[in-house]
Design a protein around this ligand. Structure first.
Ligand code: ADP
Ligand code: MG
Length: 705
């Protein structure tokens, strides 16, 4: 029996949260700090000094020796540089532990070694991290000891955002302002703040660490670059929600405890569709906190896995041929007094405010579908989107029967007069209680689905930061609200204007609604007919970041300047080219040093055995050995040719071209050459003696956990 965990006791114990602040800070300081957190008032250095000192004492009691400004550069992961609390040694040779308000508020990491997409030249090294006071500080425990982590935003000397968090915070302000404006028009006088909430469901794989280390492709790139399908894949659907194996269970238990200590409300855990695949979902939180927590969750998953002799794979497509991993981004907008703007109530057709918000979201997603698609784009995710395991690359909205019916009424009759009601559910067994069904079924193939009182953006990749998709969601909906308010504020008859706007928006943007099967080929044709964008790869999607429409959107709400968007575009193209380049080089390395030599051995062994049988029994039937030898040799030659070709493609990478042209070369030429090398190797794996194959197979990786 494993020991019992006192969840209530450990939850949040390593977080400098409101309770700790209230307990430890002088009352006046606490009140001033709260004001800054809640209302965005200015923080004085004097208050910061007191807070910093108390934070330090608290962290030291928790065993911390260092602090760090924890930030989220454009690499998509997190960054930290640790400084210990020690002061210069005194005359008596002793040190003090110190932490000032200045050190709390501002850090100065070298900005030149983080991607900036041309915003910073290498010689312009100065960058700043600034305390994000709305996300609580925490103590992280790793092999280096305990470290006080201060969530921060990261910007250049000239104030441009160099991170994922700054635009997220800006977008949260935008939607707050515009949503409050809208609520006020509807007579709301009580709500003071509107915040987007996010719950991100995290999928991941766990494999044995010893096996992992024998796969250089996993080590270098996070995904397998070679690998034939095992005899058993996911066709039996026996892994999904299956009983959790003991070793995985032990991992999950530790993981939950670590997350809870950091105040991350880990809630749901289960086996996913693919063998060795799992999911963890937390309870949703405010968008910036949820983003921080998801970054931490991924990091802690990796660390805890390591302790259990496992490796956690967060890549979108670790294994070809079995389902990859995503991160459903559940999104809603709520007021500080608990009103969820996406709650339809029991009779949505009567809920004018909801219908206006709904049609606003429809218009936002329709207008900016390409941008939303881009926000989920990455080379890893290119393997999933549109591959019948994740939503297609075409953005559409699933509303479900009830709301689709309401929208149809609006479009066709100009008014919605009824809402489909959910029936009772009886299972035909008297001992099973009856219950009320949801008004709407689910649709797992839709990229953007309404699920009761939130939208679920399902295109996001498992390794991605959820910052980018939420920056886009917050800002496009802020824009839609703003346009609506512009109209309503000048209307003479408010009710009539609302009525007309709902009908107008529903009619103009009905094309974005799709309740059918997103995996079907017909949908691709139908979507094209409707004029919806279908951008299959990251390289196709990136231009959406700098269209006139996008620049206008982000500049209007102060979320990104044109220069920031251009820099992010550069970074995205560069990251794409670099990632594929690493994969191609890893393939060359593995094929050249491991696969070809092993297959040569296999060929020799076959030839030797063929010859020795012939020598011993000249009349023996050696057709099996002969044909195997023939096939293996021929595939070996194909492999060698493809290897030479891939090397040539890499040697010919164009120089002095734009980042876009370079990325396009990798997308078209390099990936093709990689696919051509993989094909004969995967065939070889099926016929070469397992003893001679230089790395663990898919079967070993997926089933030996
Ligand atoms: P599903 O509907 O996908 O089965 P769950 O209820 O398990 O969903 O929720 C999935 C995720 O959505 C969880 O992280 C959950 O906290 C989050 N979630 C639930 N309600 C909301 C909401 N109103 N806003 C944002 N996220 C939410
Ligand atoms: Mg879900």
């Amino acid at each position: 029996m494993s020991e019992v965990t006192d969840v209530k006791e450990i939850f949040g114990e390593d977080v400098f949260n409101d309770t700790v602040m209230k307990e430890r800070l002088p009352k006046k300081i606490y009140q001033e700090l709260r004001k800054v957190i809640d209302e965005g008032a200015e923080l004085s250095l004097q208050v910061a000094d007191v807070v910093a000192n108390e934070m330090k004492d608290w962290a030291v009691e928790k065993g911390a020796t260092h602090y760090t400004h924890w930030f989220q550069p454009l690499t998509g992961t997190t960054a930290e540089k640790h400084d210990s609390f020690i002061s210069a040694p005194k005359e008596n040779g002793k040190v003090l532990l110190e932490f000032s308000g200045k050190e709390l508020i501002k850090g100065e990491p070298d900005a030149s070694s983080f991607p900036s997409g041309g915003l910073r030249a290498t010689f312009e090294a100065r960058g700043y991290t600034a305390w994000d006071i709305t996300s609580p500080a925490f103590v992280k425990r790793t092999a280096v000891g305990a470290t006080l982590c201060i969530p921060t935003a990261f910007c250049s000397y000239t104030g441009e955002a160099l991170d994922k968090k700054t635009p997220l915070l800006r977008s949260m302000e935008a939607i707050n302002t515009q949503a409050l404006r809208l609520l006020k028009l509807f007579g709301n006088t009580t709500s003071k703040r509107v915040t987007p909430s996010v719950g991100s469901e995290q999928e991941y794989f766990l494999v044995d660490r010893d096996l992992f280390l024998k796969r250089k492709d996993l080590v270098f790139t996070g995904r397998t670059l070679f690998g034939a399908m095992p005899p058993k894949g996911q066709e039996l659907d026996d892994h999904y929600f299956g009983t959790i194996k003991e070793r995985i269970g032990a991992f999950m238990k530790d993981l939950n405890e670590e997350l809870w200590k950091l105040g991350i409300p880990a809630k749901t855990q289960h086996n996913e569709v693919a063998p060795a695949q799992h999911e963890l979902a937390p309870i949703y939180a405010e968008a910036n906190i949820a983003t921080d927590q998801n970054q931490l969750t991924m990091e802690i998953m990796k660390r805890v896995a390591y302790k259990h002799g496992l490796m956690c794979l967060i890549h979108e497509k670790p294994f070809a041929g079995v389902n990859g991993s995503g991160k459903h981004n559940n999104w809603s907008i709520t007021t500080d007094d608990g009103i969820n703007l996406l709650d339809p109530g029991k009779t949505p057709h009567e809920n004018k405010q909801f219908l206006l918000v709904l049609t606003a979201v429809m218009s936002a997603v329709d207008k900016h579908a390409a941008l939303l698609r881009e926000s989920a784009a990455s080379p890893g995710n290119d393997h999933r989107l549109g591959a019948n395991e994740a939503p297609p690359a075409i953005i559409s909205i699933f509303l479900g029967d009830q709301l689709e019916d309401v929208v149809e009424q609006l479009v066709n009759k100009g008014d919605a007069t009824s809402s489909i009601k959910a029936g009772k559910m009886g299972m035909g067994v008297s001992t099973i209680p009856q219950f009320r069904k949801d008004a709407t079924d689910r649709n797992r193939t839709s990229p953007f689905a309404f699920t009761g009182n939130k939208f679920e953006f399902r295109s996001v990749g498992s390794s991605a930061s959820v910052a980018s998709p939420n920056v886009v969601l917050n800002t496009i909906v802020a824009e839609a609200f703003s346009d609506i308010c512009d109209e309503l504020e000048k209307a003479d008859d408010f009710d009539l204007a609302v009525h007309d706007l709902i009908k107008k928006l529903a009619t103009e943007h009905e094309r974005i609604i799709f309740n059918g099967d997103g995996y079907a080929d017909d949908w691709v044709v139908e979507a094209e007919r409707r004029g919806l964008p279908n951008m299959k790869t990251t390289v196709d999607a990136i231009p959406a970041l700098t269209t006139d429409q996008t620049i206008k959107l982000f500049e209007k709400f102060g979320v990104f300047s044109k220069a920031e968007l251009e820099s992010r575009t550069e970074v995205a193209y560069e990251a794409y080219a670099k990632e594929i380049n690493i994969e191609a080089r890893a393939m060359i390395d593995i094929a050249g040093k491991q696969i070809v030599p092993s297959v040569v051995k296999a060929v020799n062994k076959l030839a030797d055995s063929l010859n020795s049988v012939k020598a011993a029994v000249p009349t023996a039937n050696v057709s099996t050995q002969a044909s195997l030898l023939e096939e293996t040799s021929s595939l070996l030659a194909d492999t060698e040719n493809a290897l030479v070709a891939l090397k040539k493609v890499l040697a010919d990478v164009p120089t002095a071209v734009s980042a876009q042209e370079l990325a396009t070369y990798f997308k078209d030429d390099v990936i093709k050459a990689m696919d051509e090398l993989r094909a004969p190797v995967d065939k070889l794996e099926m016929i070469v003696d397992k003893e001679l194959w230089p790395m663990p197979s898919y079967g070993d990786l997926l089933f030996e956990v």
